[in-house]
Ligand binder design. Structure first.
Ligand SMILES: [Ca+2]
Ligand SMILES: [Ca+2]
Ligand SMILES: [Ca+2]
Ligand SMILES: [Ca+2]
Length: 446
């Protein structure tokens, strides 16, 4: 007889209990994993939210800092020198901010430039002539004509221009404004505007060539990959530049273009430069009306020291404000080249002179060293050495590089204290400052 015990049979009830337990374990593990993943996501988005909040707070702090710099250094039309204030990787708590600027002496630099941007370094959309606008890089004659038709009060299209008739054919149909521009972004409504024309290859509006702006179609935007930044028109244009024609005692400046003010002009010259010199200057300019303060500088052969003693008492007009004067000390070569009488050769020479003589850039007196008298007379009514409106383009990054915020604020100092006239959140434009704030802190020991 076979005494071997019968083979053991698994109890089917025990097996199904095991399966159920295994499934439960698997279910619990899956639940735990899902929960952990959700928690991770929640933590990450909470970190991003708090990073964004910290970055926004830092950008707001940056705005106050910019107002403080302007109050201290932009008095009586002076432009703060970028060597006199910090503008790069400034800490606010654990966040960091930058003032995204433009190098006035390099049109397409490859390294970022930090600082405040002078609005008088740009052409004013509301006062520039058609010829001045046409001289801007990448501007087309049609678009320049459409800009003038948009802002002029009549409904008569100029050659190549656009008035109601053109706008009524567009989708959606609209009408020409027939009034001044209120922002430069309003250009997007003008017939012929394209994003490429307005922003060029510089889609993050930082004035330098970023890798994605020089790789063709590998990543947006579309660019020509030629190693050179094609800047958009918006970078060269403003609606804000306006100089108050007020003297330091609050009275109206002397309008040099009016013959009726000659006695006041003589009185001023007499007081500041002495009677003999005043009489000599008045004799030189007698008989012909002046067209600008620059013409007085040239015709009377004022020395820079003499000019410095009278310049803030003189104006090109009898109005309370002169809009759209371009500051020759801060305008980039592309803008200088648009000014009457200057052209591209004159603009190049001016930038070279500015680089070699940074200490002379407190008025327009240095122009006599660079430009022929005739060029200064032609440019005279369009130029100044003073600035009263500044753009603070602030980018802030939160703690550990988490979160980002970019605010652009225009300050107007024509009343003596900084007044905010425009504020835009342009965080959507993408990262503008180059450095990683964590690296900056490590290197600078902040
Ligand atoms: Ca019109
Ligand atoms: Ca760029
Ligand atoms: Ca690209
Ligand atoms: Ca390019």
């Amino acid at each position: 007889m076979n005494s071997r015990p019968p083979p053991r049979r698994t109890d089917p009830r025990r097996a199904s209990v095991l399966v159920i337990v295994l499934w439960k374990c698997f279910g619990l593990a899956a639940l735990a994993l899902t929960f952990a993943h959700a928690m991770g996501l929640e933590l990450r988005s909470a970190a991003a939210r708090s990073g964004n909040a910290a970055a926004r707070a830092a950008a707001e702090g940056g705005m106050r800092y910019a107002a403080w710099v302007l109050t201290q250094q932009a008095t009586a039309g002076q432009v703060p020198r970028d060597t006199d204030y910090e503008a790069e990787a400034l800490p606010v708590g654990e966040a960091t901010f930058w003032l995204i600027g433009r190098d006035p002496d390099a049109d397409a630099p490859d390294t970022p430039f930090y600082g405040l941007i002078d609005e008088a370094s740009k052409l004013n959309l509301n006062t520039a002539s058609q010829a001045m606008l046409e001289a801007l890089p990448n501007m087309t004659p049609d678009f320049a004509a459409a800009i003038l038709d948009w802002r002029d009060s009549d409904a008569e299209p100029r050659p190549q221009g656009a008035e109601d008739e053109t706008y009524s054919r567009l989708t959606p149909a609209r009408r020409a404004k027939n009034g001044p521009f209120e922002t430069v972004e309003e250009l997007r409504l003008v017939h012929g505007a394209t994003l490429e024309l307005l922003y060029g290859e510089d889609t993050n509006l930082n004035g330098i060539l970023d890798p994605n702006e020089d790789d063709g179609d590998l990543s947006p935007p579309h660019d020509d990959g030629n190693g050179v930044l094609r800047r958009g028109l918006i970078d060269y244009l403003t609606v804000h530049s306006a100089q108050p024609n007020r003297r330091s005692d609050g009275s109206r400046r002397i309008d040099v273009t009016a013959n009726a003010t000659r006695p006041r002009l003589f009185q001023l010259l007499n007081q500041r430069l002495g009677e003999a010199r005043a009489a000599e200057i008045i004799r030189t300019i007698e008989g012909r009306p002046l067209t600008s303060v620059a013409e007085l500088l040239v015709r009377a052969r004022l020395s820079p020291a003499e000019f410095a003693r009278v310049q803030t008492d003189l104006a090109n007009a009898g109005t309370a404000t002169t809009r759209g004067l371009v500051n020759v000390n801060t305008a980039p070569e592309a803008v200088l080249a648009c000014l009457p009488g200057i052209g591209s050769d004159g603009a190049r020479q001016m930038v070279a002179y500015r680089l070699a003589h940074p200490d002379e850039l407190t008025s327009i007196a240095w122009l006599t060293q660079v430009l022929p008298p005739e060029a200064i007379l032609q440019a005279g009514p369009s130029i100044t050495g003073e600035s009263y409106q500044f753009l603070a383009d602030i980018e802030a990054v939160g703690p550990h590089g988490q979160g980002r915020c970019r605010l652009r604020t225009i300050f107007d100092l024509s009343s003596g204290t900084p007044r905010i006239v425009l504020r835009q959140d342009v965080t959507r434009f993408g990262r503008a400052s180059a450095e990683d704030p964590v690296t900056v802190r490590r290197v600078s020991g902040l």
